[in-house]
Design a protein around this ligand. Structure first.
Ligand code: ATP
Ligand code: MG
Length: 435
């Protein structure tokens, strides 16, 4: 049939009783009970019960309804009938059904949520998985989350930038990079916009942010690591680490609040009620974090150790809310973090933690050229490879600070999702590069 550009009813209410409505969507379910047939239509607003009384319905409409396969794309015109027993308080009595595109059978997976599908099956058939209201709710919330991040940062005076994902040098040393062929030379997929956002501090941009892909070639097989993730990155001039920690905690609270308002119906689909985190977040020093771990865990840590997954879990259980760990040993943080002037073995770096995992890492950065060059060398890297970055530090760069926040981690902890693959449309991991 010819597709007619016409007005479809976006939201039916019981108050529209006896009015004509026109819907477009997918055949979610068909239940033939003998004298009565229910067709559940799914569109972007949700599910609508279409009821066919076989005695009174136009036989042509009934015949089309009987021929429908699940997940076919159709349009329905009908009369709204107030019906307190129907899920939305109304049903639609069809006067016309048109098939725009029939779906083949059997389907690669169920969309009603009645038959469970393995994660791999769902990811192999993501187009169909996203038709499931619960899956779609996650990605609608993801949209509202990123929109809230943009809204907040813009309000705080940050401007959005876009930096290259194809780069010549590693950000933090040669490990964990995906090499690519770039014409007749080798290049890499960028693991972080760190160096570029810092260069923009020299460019006088003052406050920048980027929401973009980061690539990590680590062969982890965990529920919180992807090989391609989305990072929310911020960099600001004339401020220290404490200032950007405040921006970060306020952003997290703003996102929870905004999502709870703007994505209320999607949260409802998932059965989730968000608790807005209370400010300020608790601040532990690295030393205190080690102490908490050693008091509550059998796996003891020594000063200078990075926090293990187990330590993150133990400390997270003790604190039970978002918290910061600050003042890390300089040795275990990247070369660009600013050591305390009076105690250079400690650096002005912090991590933002959710009780379940790390969400963000940040710091005040080194702005002194000589110190930065020395720190690059100390970490066994060749400063020559960083000339494009170091150059920006020789002609006047202000003191600056920033952080990188994992968008997927923020979303999965907010929605209490267990596996990070559930909050990315097309996850990239050790075993998956398609679809
Ligand atoms: P982790 O120790 O948890 O592997 P990291 O310290 O290596 O993380 P950073 O380099 O500090 O990660 O990156 C900043 C943030 O980006 C992290 O706190 C996290 O939220 C996110 N992130 C980093 N790597 C990944 C990844 N492989 N998958 C998903 N998110 C990531
Ligand atoms: Mg980190």
């Amino acid at each position: 049939m010819e597709f007619r550009r016409t007005h479809y009813t976006t939201q039916i209410t019981p108050q529209m009783d006896t009015q004509t409505a026109r819907l477009a969507g997918w055949v979610h379910e068909i239940r033939d009970l003998g004298g009565i047939m229910f067709l559940i239509l799914r569109d972007r607003e949700g599910l609508t019960q279409v009821t066919l009384f076989k005695k009174t319905i136009d036989p042509d409409v009934l015949q089309i309804a009987k021929s429908l396969s699940r997940e076919s794309v159709i349009t329905i015109e009908g009369v709204v009938k107030k019906e307190p027993k129907a899920p939305n308080g109304y049903e639609l009595i069809p006067t016309q059904i048109d098939i725009l595109n029939p779906a083949q059978s059997p389907l690669p997976m169920d969309t009603t949520g009645k038959v469970d599908a393995e994660l791999d099956t769902r990811l192999d058939n993501r187009f169909m998985d996203v038709r499931r209201p619960k899956t779609q709710a996650v990605f609608r919330i993801r949209h509202h989350m990123l929109s809230a991040v943009r809204g907040f940062l813009e309000q705080e005076g940050f401007i959005e930038i876009t930096t290259p994902k194809v780069v010549a040098t590693a950000t933090e040393g040669g490990t964990a990079l995906f090499p690519i062929t770039y014409f007749d030379t080798e290049a890499f997929l960028n693991q972080s916009p760190q160096l570029f956002k810092q260069i923009m501090m020299s460019g006088g941009m003052d406050r920048v942010f980027e929401i973009g892909a980061i690539f990590r070639a680590e062969e982890h097989d965990t529920r919180r690591h992807l090989n391609e993730a989305t990072s929310i990155d911020v960099e600001a001039s004339f401020v220290d680490h404490e200032d950007v920690m405040q921006v970060l905690e306020r952003l997290v609270a703003h996102v929870y609040l905004t999502v709870s308002e703007d994505a209320a119906s999607s949260l409802n689909t998932l059965g989730i009620e968000l608790n807005i985190p209370e400010l300020p977040f608790k601040r532990l020093t690295y030393d205190e974090a080690i102490e908490v771990n050693n008091e509550h865990s059998k796996e003891l840590l020594e000063w200078g150790d990075d926090l293990s997954t187990n330590a993150e879990k133990v400390i997270g259980e003790v604190i039970g809310a978002h918290y910061f760990i600050k003042d890390w040993p300089t040795e275990i943080k990247p070369y660009y973090t600013q050591p305390y002037e009076d105690e250079p073995v400690i650096t002005k770096a912090f991590d933002l933690m959710h009780p379940r995992m790390e969400l963000s890492s940040g710091a005040q950065r080194i702005h002194d050229y000589d110190l930065l060059r020395k720190r690059i060398q100390d970490q066994g890297l060749n400063p020559d490879g960083f000339e494009f970055y170091l150059k920006a530090f020789r002609y006047g760069i202000p003191p600056h600070s920033g952080w990188g926040l994992g968008a997927e981690r923020l979303l999965m902890t907010m929605l209490d999702v267990d596996n990070i693959r559930d909050v990315v449309l097309f996850p990239r991991d050790r075993k998956r590069v398609s679809p």
